[in-house]
Ligand binder design. Structure first.
Ligand code: B12
Length: 219
């Protein structure tokens, strides 16, 4: 049977919605084998599926165990996309330390940002999820990155971003590092209010902004 891009994207979205990791992996493999780029497959296959899951979860039509399965399916696809997204012959563009803030376990969006940063030549240290303020601070102290990235997906964990920025200031580290924040509930306005240098609504924008921040830092 010949490969149909539109059908592949639709089936991939559905595999995330149904939480079927085997299908998600197989459809990802098929897409890559047929010349679909990792970015295109993410944007038109996997992410739209997760958007549907988000809306259904919000409306009470889907429950936590199903969302967990959806996240597992999304990750199964992302694992296969990672090598392509992270492939880079470019010289290191800068160093980024990144993590999901304290109390927050969401990491899918952060991981996409990491893959794309690595794919454009950044060296990235991933602190993972539920990262305590002190852990962010000691990582900045120890690794002296150009950029610190923080991710939050819950309105209740967003204030942790402010805490980290305040702690950077108290520890006299704020001048030496640019801060960028993101995650579904985070806005440009919020980023500005807490004293972050930047905000990006998606991984593509994050890459563009991080390049700018790293260059400014070096100049
Ligand atoms: C998957 C998911 C989960 C999974 C997470 C699995 C995982 N490993 O990540 C599980 C099941 C664990 C989960 C748990 C919970 N969740 Co949840 N979850 C979601 C869901 C459906 C999708 C999130 C996601 O991964 N989206 C896909 C990615 C690709 O999203 P994205 O925003 O496009 O990502 C881009 C940007 O955000 C940006 N970005 C992301 N991070 C960063 C960082 C930087 C530095 C930059 C620059 C950019 C950037 O770039 C990304 C890539 O382009 C959302 C719904 C939603 N609309 O967000 C709810 C949602 C976030 N969850 C929600 C809730 C309530 C919970 C729970 C409290 C539920 C419960 N009752 O227990 C728990 C909390 C657990 C915890 N302590 O964190 C609410 C939050 C509501 C709120 N106002 O705070 C949401 C919005 C659902 C809803 N509509 O109610 N969840």
């Amino acid at each position: 049977m010949s490969f149909d891009k539109k059908i592949n994207f639709e089936l991939a979205s559905n595999s995330v919605i149904r939480g079927n990791d085997e299908d998600a992996a197989q459809l990802t493999q098929e897409a890559l084998a047929n010349g679909i780029t990792a970015k295109e497959f993410l944007d038109f296959g996997l992410i739209p599926g997760m958007d549907v899951v988000g809306a259904r979860f919000r409306d009470g039509d889907m429950f936590l165990p199903e969302v967990l399965l959806a996240a597992r399916a999304m990750k199964a696809g992302m694992e296969l996309l990672k090598p392509e997204l992270s492939k880079s012959d470019i010289k290191p563009a800068g160093k980024v330390v990144i993590g999901t803030v304290a109390g927050d376990l969401h990491d899918i969006g952060k991981n996409i940002v990491i893959y794309m940063l690595e794919g454009t030549g950044f060296t990235v240290l991933d602190l993972g999820i539920n990262v305590a303020t002190e852990t962010f601070i000691s990582a900045v102290q120890q690794h002296q990155p150009h950029i610190l990235g923080m991710s939050a997906f819950l309105t209740t964990t967003m204030p942790a971003m402010r805490q980290v920025i305040e702690s950077l200031q108290k520890s006299n580290l704020r001048e030496g590092v640019k801060v960028i924040v993101g995650g579904a509930p985070v806005t440009e306005h919020f980023a500005h209010e807490i004293g972050s240098d930047a905000y990006a609504e998606d991984a593509g924008t994050a890459v563009t902004i991080c390049k700018r921040l790293a260059r400014l830092d070096n100049s």
